[in-house]
Ligand binder design. Structure first.
Ligand code: FAD
Length: 606
């Protein structure tokens, strides 16, 4: 036997061992689950176990840690939902990852739903035990996502009988549906960024009539009208749209215009119902009928619609936060919050001060440089987490999302196994590796007076993505800081003079334009004018983490039985939008009680 053949036989034998171990574990898990025996289930777990339930058993995003925690959640959830038909998913190989754990994908059902999950097994006391497990809701048994097969050729849609005067073009059918003249949408989504659009696409595929409304005149304007030079931070494989992947030749980092046009074509190709140039004036909920009455103005025409659900998808930010600074009203130059600053040629020949050293501060400072500002200062109050787009981003996300990635549903399943609390715990390892790769950049910034941090708990982007914090993914501005083209100033503006600013350390500087990249209020506050105080006060604030370590409220329960906030990056909007759509369908079909959203409202962070 050749050496090569011996090696491949040994590899085959090892794969068989891992596969047998996974099959054995899943069989025992299946037996215990079927009997709803919580103690038996917990016995199959390792000493320090984690479980992430994504809506399958808890109808919520629930991170669990430790045997007691798992037992507590299962004791309530298991009798209510059931868990059975556990089987190895033969479409995915069982693998041995990082020389540490066996990873297997499996499928299951509950009383009313289907699901898929991942188990990671470690060897403990001679047995394979679960270190991390996920249970992900993928659909409802009786109301599946529509998928056309060859058998559908007998569907009435393909009725060729000719009846004079009845043929409508596809365009006419689309516009009729979109107008909602004789019917109401079940779900009305306010805000047609990707978060709203992805949810609408999933809902429509489940057969739930959905209407998106947006104040902008054209789908994609939320990106199109931002400053030139805006590129996405994530690689394109991570941010692809449900059902509509990007062309293979597209660049790795999408420009705002590519994304804007793709959003516009998504509306058309997915046949989404979108009203642009539409303002929501008022939304009132009638608890007795369980329906919303929504008053809108569609491009000058007043319309009133009734819907079962109202979804707020107006972005991650609430209202711009503009600090009150002494002397600001006497300043003779331009002072603007970043949300109102257009950038571009206005900066030419001007002295620009950018307050804030996060993403928008960097982008605006770089934009000023590219537009030939005569001097640029960036004011940094606290340290910023910084990674390079070129090296750091592929290290952070490249494992599951790259040019030779798995089918997107598999990549999403594998990439979201870890409860956020575990991802935070593992964060320092990868953060340190990224920092080593970015060492030259970080040292240069340090020399230029730019302060960096590894983020909360030294865990880099993971906690920042859930609890917020200042970060920048370098797309060129760091080089400008290192080369002194953007001057760094520590502290904050203490006061304005008529012609400039005085910083907290006493330094004085002349300025023509001051841009305040000082953040936003919580998104909840932006809906108060539409919903009124009574409903708004019932709602949880959006984002931050709950007491089990998961991101609060967005794509989850809001505290109101028929109101949802969805505001996420593209990847998470794609991953969580799907089970959320299934949950909304389950509520509409009477399979689960809408009160669940009131009960499961995450408590406010302390
Ligand atoms: C420089 C930069 C780089 C980024 N890179 C990435 C990346 O790599 N990956 C990623 O996932 N995300 C990225 N983002 C996206 C960002 O982080 C958010 O995730 C994203 O904008 C949120 O999308 P959304 O659909 O929730 O909201 P938005 O895109 O903000 O869309 C909200 C929509 O709601 C509409 N709206 C607001 N108020 C109302 C109202 N009252 N009535 C009707 N309509 C309303 C707006 O017109 C808008 O169209 C980047 C952002 C920036 C600025």
């Amino acid at each position: 036997m050749t050496q090569l053949a011996t090696a491949s036989t040994a590899a085959d034998a090892a794969s068989q061992i891992y596969r047998d171990a996974a099959l054995g574990w899943l069989e025992e898990f299946g037996r215990a689950a079927e009997q709803k025996d919580v103690a038996d289930i917990v016995r199959l777990f390792a000493a320090d176990p984690w479980w992430r339930d994504m809506y399958a058993l808890t109808w919520d995003l629930t991170g669990m840690h430790g045997a007691d925690d798992i037992a507590e959640v299962l004791t309530t959830a298991l009798p209510a939902t059931g868990l059975r038909d556990i089987a190895l998913d033969e479409t995915r190989p069982v693998t041995f990852e990082n020389d540490t754990y066996i990873e297997a994908v499996y499928t299951f059902t509950t009383d009313i739903a289907t699901g898929r999950g991942v188990v990671r097994l470690v060897e403990e006391d001679g047995d394979w035990r679960a270190w991390v497990l996920s249970t992900v809701l993928t659909g409802l048994k009786n109301f599946p996502f529509k998928q056309v097969t060859t058998e559908d050729v007998s569907h009435p849609e393909f009725n060729y009988a000719a009846v004079p005067g009845t043929r409508k073009t596809a365009e006419e059918i689309k516009e009729e549906r979109r107008a909602f003249r004789d019917s109401d949408p079940s779900v009305l989504i306010v805000g047609a960024g990707h978060s709203g659009m992805f949810l609408a696409a999933y809902l429509e595929t489940l057969g739930v009539p959905t209407l998106l409304v947006d104040t902008y005149a054209r789908a994609g304007d939320n990106w199109r009208l931002r400053y030139n030079g805006l590129l996405l931070h994530d690689m394109k494989w991570a941010v692809q749209f449900p059902y509509m992947p990007f062309p293979p030749a597209w660049p790795i980092f999408l420009s705002k215009d590519l994304l804007a046009d793709w959003l516009e074509s998504y509306v058309e190709h997915m046949r989404l119902n979108l009203w642009t140039s539409t303002v929501v004036n008022r939304a009132d909920y009638d608890a007795e009928s369980g329906r919303w009455t929504v008053e809108l103005n569609r491009d000058g025409e007043a319309r009133t619609l009734n819907s079962n659900h109202l979804v707020i998808s107006t972005g991650l930010n609430g209202l711009p936060k503009t600090p009150e600074i002494e002397g600001m009203s006497e300043f003779k130059g331009v002072v603007a919050h970043s949300s109102a600053y257009e950038g571009g040629a206005i900066a030419k020949g001007k002295r620009v001060v950018v307050v804030g050293a996060g993403s928008s501060g960097h982008d605006i400072a770089q934009d000023a440089y590219e537009n030939e500002a005569s001097a640029i200062t960036m004011v940094q109050r606290s340290a910023t987490y910084l990674i390079s787009q070129r090296y750091g981003v592929p290290m952070q996300f490249g494992k599951y999302y790259s040019h030779d990635h798995l089918p997107i549903e598999d990549a999403d399943l594998l990439a979201s196994v870890n409860p956020t609390a575990l991802a935070r715990k593992l964060g320092p390892g990868i953060t340190k590796k990224i920092a080593e790769t970015d060492r030259e950049l970080l040292e240069g910034l340090d020399r230029a007076g730019f302060r960096t941090t590894f983020g909360p708990e030294d865990a880099g982007l993971t906690p920042i993505a859930s609890t917020g914090g200042s970060y920048y993914i370098d797309k060129g501005a760091s080089r400008l800081i290192i080369d002194g083209k953007i001057r760094m100033q520590s502290g904050e503006i203490a006061r304005f003079t008529p012609t400039g600013v005085v910083y907290s350390d006493g330094t004085e500087e002349e300025a023509d334009i001051v841009v305040l990249c000082t953040g936003y209020t919580n998104v909840r506050e932006s809906v108060r004018p539409i919903l009124g105080d009574e409903v708004t006060d019932q709602l949880a604030t959006v984002w931050n983490i709950d007491d089990r370590g998961e991101v609060r409220t967005s794509m989850r329960h809001s505290g109101h039985e028929k109101l949802w906030f969805v505001a996420n990056g593209l990847r998470i909007a794609r991953i969580l939008g799907k089970p959320l759509a299934v949950m909304i369908k389950a509520i509409d079909e009477g399979l689960i009680d809408p009160k669940i959203s009131v009960e499961k409202k995450a408590p406010e962070p302390k």
